[in-house]
Design a protein around this ligand. Sequence first.
Ligand code: SAM
Ligand code: SF4
Ligand code: SF4
Length: 340
Amino acid sequence: MRLDDTYGRPLRNLRLSVTDRCNLRCHYCMPEEEYAWLPRAEILHFGEMAALVDVFIELGVDKVRLTGGEPLLRRELPRLVRMLAERPGLRDLAITTNGVLLGEQAPALKEAGLGRVTVSLDTLRPERFTALTRRTGHAQVLEGIAALPRVGFTETKLDTVVIRGVNDDELADLIEFAKRVPAELRFIEYMDVGGATRWSMDQVVSRREMLAVLERRYGRIEPIVESTSAPADRYRLPDGAVFGIIASTTQPFCAACDRSRLTADGTWYLCLYAPQGVNLRDPFRRGATPEELKALITGRWRSRADRGAEERLALRERAPLVPIARLKQDPRLEMHTRGG
Ligand code: SAM
Ligand code: SF4
Ligand code: SF4
């Protein structure tokens, strides 16, 4: 089954946020002191998540990425992993985590059938980690990353949000670290998403700048030509090592975007920047049949015309996307609720 939106982009990739809670407070994602959380009664149970994922699978989704908040804070997560891993229609089941709880959970996640892991790692320096996340835990993150190959995970990725004056002096160090894991490093441009209330364009280090810095260090960097819907453009260093850059701010990839997001309370977003989502929880809890849910999702995806990051790029004056007061009224506008 292939369901296309108005630009011919298929519904294929679902990011499933299992919690809006987090054990870190990254400066680019959760810089505030206080947060409004999703009401507990509205958080989907695993059975509800799996049933909704089934509907998406029937409509063409074959990749699911668990995210959050911090997904490893959701109790008994391996149970959900096991339920989803059994779905024959899923080609790829992955997770994005900050890694703090990974060391203790990696064996159970592997055993439950999780396919791949992406760990967010912005710095190799413990004191910088503490300043950036306002929490301790850097050693745990490194331990979590080290546990991955030990328990048999391969195709590990490390994601780094690059911010000027914060960690832009660590690009080569991070690449060297990733080689040793082994993992593929991906640099992400700092985005002006909901929740990034301290964002400004002058802190964005563009793909072009990153490549210039890395070419000075490594010599010629060769772009890898491939046609996928993956957001990262990949590059090869003279020694063969591969890394990626996600130029989501300066060269967005909306034209090929096949991803949508389901928050932990069952709100479905067709774009990371969309002001509104579709409430799937209420119809589901009122007993809507899979066919009725399919009709709802199909109708919305067919009329999808979102190109959020491209529209932001076209603006002359760019300030943070959502004012703090609005974020407090609707936590679903936050990156940590939508899952990144
Ligand atoms: N807590 C998990 C983690 O950090 O990996 C998963 C959720 S987090 C919202 C998912 C991804 O979004 C992370 O890789 C994070 O670095 C990224 N992210 C959050 N805010 C961002 C921003 N303003 N610009 C770019 N990436 C951002
Ligand atoms: Fe950091 Fe992820 Fe938590 Fe956001 S959700 S504060 S990126 S760890
Ligand atoms: Fe997809 Fe929206 Fe992100 Fe563009 S901004 S890549 S349409 S989610």
